[in-house]
Design a protein around this ligand. Sequence first.
Ligand code: ATP
Length: 625
Amino acid sequence: MVKKEFKAESKRLLDLMINSIYTHKEIFLRELISNASDAIDKMYYRALTDKSLTFNKDDYYIKIVADKNNRTLSILDTGIGMTKEELEENLGTIAQSGSFAFKKENELRDGYDIIGQFGVGFYSAFMVADSVTVISKALGSQESYKWESTGADGYTIEPCTKENVGTEIILKLKENTDDEKYDEFLEEYRLRAIIKKYSDFIRYPIKMDTSTMALKEGTEDEYEEVIEEKIINSMVPIWRKNKNELTKEDYENFYSEKHYGFDEPLKYIHISADGAVRYNAILFIPEKMPFDFYTNEYEKGLELYSSGVLIMNKCPDLIPDYFSFVKGMVDSEDLSLNISREMLQHDRQLKVIAKRIKERVKSELQLMLKNERDKYEEFFKTFGKQLKYGVYSDFGQNKETLQDLLIFYSSTEKKMVTLEEYIERMKEDQKYIYYASGDSIDKIDKMPQTDILSEKGYEILYFTDDIDEFAIRMLMNYKDKEFKSVSSGDLGIEDNAKEEQTSETEVNKEIFDFMKEALSDKIIDVRASKRLKNHPVCLATDGELTIEMEKILSTMPNNPNIKAEKILEINTNHHVFKALEDAYKHDKDKLKLYTNVLYNQALLIEGLPIGDPVEFTDNICKLMI
Ligand SMILES: Nc1ncnc2c1ncn2[C@@H]1O[C@H](COP(=O)(O)OP(=O)(O)OP(=O)(O)O)[C@@H](O)[C@H]1O
């Protein structure tokens, strides 16, 4: 027997291979099963082109055998096998891929899922094995050969006996260390889990002897171990099946089998694309929010398969942040993988797929909004915030994509409405899209600032999420209509109201100046209000920052002193104003007291904290005596 040496560089390459290409040792099984599947695929192809051969699907399978006594794990296949020369060429030369050559020679394109391309996967066996033995009999050959290697120091090839065409790979597992327990690769549950994870959709059966405890015959309570050969992979992935053959239940089962969520998905989307980049995808919009959705632990992304083999558990680049709730998978044979198959070499194809997925999810949501409104509202209640973050983030670059998916509660319709529906209903003289911000619909309903707009029959959108105003600021306008807060200093309603307000403020200038002085830097102005009908006082704002924004920003660590420019608006038609006038004439200290009480009332209405609650309650007491 002649021992052949690896070339010096090959030794280093093998060492590199074994220790640095892959992040998880368990992928050796994925690689060896993929090779076995490729070998059967080649057999299938040969049978198609060679009339003397027949391909009976039942004869072709992969079998995994764990032998705990000898610490060996074997992967058998009934594929095309390897001749002596092929063993030497393919397993003696690193980066020599017989599979890639086969694909090229036969100009295989659609329909063949040959996985191998780099000629390195086989060597991953050395991550878990001290020695690897390959026994193979090639199609059309009478002889069989045994290839053996302990890794970097070379390999031997010798004739052996093997009855059937195919290959058997025997791994002598490494001894356990403190950090690594190689024994686990002999455990049925572990092997099943690895196969399910990476190779579930290999299209030939992967068989394994499985043990179960069964009632011993003739006894009532004695159990015995029964060994039974079982197929452990699903073989045909649901995404390769014809959509017409699949039912809602099939998709729902897939959703739960894949552990995408514990809920039932609200919507599923099945894409089979055959264009510039070929791919299949099954996407789900969950019904419930994952418990960790708004935590750092939540990882967005879709499962990525290449020809049915799992490449990445969560590929984040396939889905934008604002659709991060979408679950599912993509399988494409057109991806250019890197050598470890854990990453992509180029992301060109991935970008194309991601763009299509984004468009498809958007259009499905739009359809749901149009045709299944209740369902959409349910969706929006759960994930609407994410869409609003999408409008706000990245400097608003996704606002066009997302604006028509937004819905808000409407003061007039008493239900959720889209911006488009709002625009269609706008009054002729109405210039702006009005919104009011607050903690809840109930609280906004009672906001005094909405009185004048409601009286004019203008619709108001209620913003109850922290993000709402920020998102709308980023949106700026919708179909050329600007947004305006009901608390804004200038509501932009017809001009004479504004004039009236200015002249009322002028008439009462002295008293308002006094009140402004009394409140010093808390407010920038005191004005007569035209928006108030039944309430004596409210706050309005000038400038960019509204009161709701102040509330949100002031809770953030860097902005404790951020303040909106507040205006105290006084309803001069309210009988309280008479009391203010009287106090101004006869008792200025009392007016100070009134001003303080009114200002604090306005803060309370806005849900803002009172600067000095003790002073406020003392002031109320003073008024009572
Ligand atoms: N079970 C097998 N039956 C027949 N040929 C095999 C088998 N395993 C490996 N080979 C041959 O050995 C070659 C090298 O295998 P290896 O796993 O290193 O690379 P690959 O599968 O071609 O590519 P990749 O690194 O992308 O997996 C294969 O291309 C194939 O020709």
